[in-house]
Design a protein around this ligand. Structure first.
Ligand code: OXD
Ligand code: MN
Length: 591
């Protein structure tokens, strides 16, 4: 008798009519075959799916160009489909599940004709972890099949794990005709189902990532008492060899990957990498908060990545095991057959093809690499991968950091007064938008916990869930807000960022153990600032004047922002917890 999984695959095949069905085993051998198919047989528009890059300098690496209208997550085409619109909240686009299914069935009818349906059995999280989740995605493009092989634990063992059970997360993906008018990413949380058509781009198409590990998982977390968050997980080792684990939430393309594998500018300090995008947070038996990374790879933003900004990522990219590394929408150095992007080391090559494959000239006003061009690479290639990265329980977290990209107002670092205040600080977070999603870049929008595009349910309930988690923790981690991006009157960054950020992390670690320097913290209406000289500037050439400017909490600037925060919080009506309003009112009156 067919298992529920086999039945589901058969049903999808009847609907989509692929020429053949291939069940993937996630092996290197299979990845090689898929790369060959993508190089020689499959096409997107008039281009082959993959182009092999220079194996001497970029081992096992391939370039992929997506359709020019399909280069970022499309939040406006992303829906959560649940009968109760209130449950979905104003932070998501809503569609009635039946209406959504009718629409998606119509669009999916015969959509895989002439193509192969790849069936991808995978697990998010270490398969040995009690928190791991078994999933199956179907797709009709080798790029997604290989990317999922890098980003997840994919393999035959997952089929044994699912067996005759119905307990697996279903992902339907087809590139469809790539027409943005027929592109939808639909989530059905009640059925553990994601249905995505019309896009081949990362967050829209690799359904284990944003769609499952954040949107659906956040809803599972609400029901089961844990959190799925848009967070980096790192260990900070001090000169004595003690490692403190932190998580940090930053919006897309705001430096999470750089933070995850930062090379410390302070001697004796080292960052250990556990994850660069997603953290699942559970309460352990000892009442502490534990974090694990459900992903097995990095899908990072290429532009700006160099030996100077992120040497460990450059090493990761060049490490070249036999599993492929993918470059999506970067430029191509024609003479060397290497990927290229703005900000990479060395002089700009003479002969470049831009991200669409057209010759690029310095005086053409466009960028050669798409600003949201990406690399997809196996986490095991990372030289700073933590020995604890595979710990099935995750690692115990001492501090939670929230950040955004703000040219003004927000200080370099601020510590919350307590858990409730920290949750409020995170709830009022804003960030200037980036190219990671298809919208206007550089406008300030509220992005609480960097989860606005990823929380799969009403954010009013989400804040309540955060407050409740704090109550259940024996010793809640300290909460901090950071901003690496503040600028001076002339528009210059006040803080050098990158490896120098360790100076801020050092303070955070000390504060989270409460064993730091004895200098008093400075209390402001918005939270605690480091005391004078508490941020270690040794050997860095960073001016104290700039540090003080970067740390300033200017009540006028904060006051000016409150009306916008209020409008945002009011959107959630009576689902917004009273505690958040209490904190808002306290801040407003103390300013
Ligand atoms: C990502 C994103 O791809 O946040 O990680 O857009
Ligand atoms: Mn992300």
């Amino acid at each position: 008798m067919a298992t529920p999984l086999e039945k589901w695959v058969e049903e999808q095949a009847r609907l989509t009519k692929p020429d053949r069905i291939h069940w993937c085993d996630g092996s290197e051998e299979e990845a090689r075959r898929l790369m060959e198919i993508g190089e020689k047989e499959e096409r997107i528009g008039n281009q082959n799916v993959f182009r092999k890059l220079n194996p001497e300098t970029f081992p096992s690496s391939y370039l992929h160009r997506s359709h020019p209208t399909d280069v970022a997550r499309t939040e406006q085409l992303t829906f959560v489909c649940h009968p109760d619109r209130e449950m979905v909240g104003p932070n998501n686009n809503w569609m009635d599940p039946e209406e959504a299914k009718t629409k998606m069935r119509g669009l999916s009818e015969g959509c895989m004709a002439g193509r192969t349906m790849y069936v991808l059995p995978y697990v998010m999280g270490n398969p040995l972890s009690p928190y791991a989740k078994a999933c199956v995605q179907i797709t009709d493009i080798s790029y997604v099949a290989v990317s999922m092989g890098i980003m997840t634990h994919m393999g035959k063992d997952v089929l044994d794990r699912i067996g005759a059970s119905e307990n697996f997360v279903k992902g339907f993906h087809s590139i469809g005709d790539l027409d943005p008018n027929r592109r939808f990413i639909m989530h059905f949380p009640q059925e553990n189902l994601v249905w995505s058509i019309g896009s081949g781009y990362g967050g829209n198409a690799l359904l284990g990532k944003k769609c499952f590990s954040l949107r659906i998982a956040s809803w599972l977390g609400l029901k089961e008492g844990w959190l799925a968050e848009h967070m980096v997980i790192i260990g900070v080792e001090d000169p004595k060899g003690n490692v403190t684990y932190l998580v940090a939430a930053l919006p897309s393309a705001c430096g999470k990957t750089n933070l995850a594998m930062m090379e410390s500018a302070l001697p004796g300090y080292k960052i250990w990498t556990l994850g660069d995008d997603i953290a699942w947070l559970h309460i352990g038996e000892d009442g502490r908060l534990y974090a694990l990374n459900p992903e097995s790879g990095f899908f990072g933003v290429a532009p700006g990545t160099s030996l100077k900004t992120n040497p460990n990522m450059m090493r990761t990219l060049k490490a070249g095991t036999s599993f492929p590394t993918l470059y999506t929408n970067t430029a191509l150095n024609v003479d060397t057959n290497e990927p290229w992007w703005e900000g990479i080391d060395g002089p700009r090559p003479e002969n470049l093809l831009d991200w669409q494959g057209n010759p690029w000239h310095p005086d053409s006003k466009t960028l050669a690499a798409h600003p949201n061009s990406r690399f997809t690479v196996d986490i095991r290639q990372c030289p700073t991968l933590s020995p604890e990265a595979g710990n099935p329980q995750g690692v115990p977290i001492s501090a939670i950091i929230f950040g955004g990209r703000r040219s003004d107002t927000r200080p370099l670092v601020l510590q919350g007064f307590n858990w409730q205040h920290g949750v409020f600080m995170a709830a009022m977070m804003g960030s200037e938008t980036t190219a990671a999603a298809a919208h206007q870049v550089g406008v300030l929008r509220r992005d609480p916990m960097a989860m606005l595009p990823f929380c799969g349910y009403n954010m009013g309930d989400y804040f309540r869930h955060w407050l409740n988690m704090g109550k259940r923790l024996a010793r809640p981690p300290e909460i901090f807000c950071i901003n690496w991006f503040r600028k001076d009157e002339d528009g210059k960054f006040l803080w050098p960022g990158f490896g120098e950020n360790i100076r801020v992390l050092k303070w955070i670690v000390e504060r989270s153990h409460d064993s730091g320097s004895t200098a008093p913290r400075r209390e402001t209406p918005a939270g605690f600032l480091p005391g004078k000289n508490e941020i270690d500037l040794s050997g860095g050439g960073i001016s104290e004047v700039n540090l003080e400017k970067a740390l300033a909490v200017n009540p006028e600037e904060w006051k000016a922002e409150l009306p916008d925060v209020e409008i945002f919080l009011k959107k959630f009506g009576d689902r917004m917890p009273g505690e958040i309003w209490d904190e808002f009112n306290k801040l407003a009156s103390s300013l």
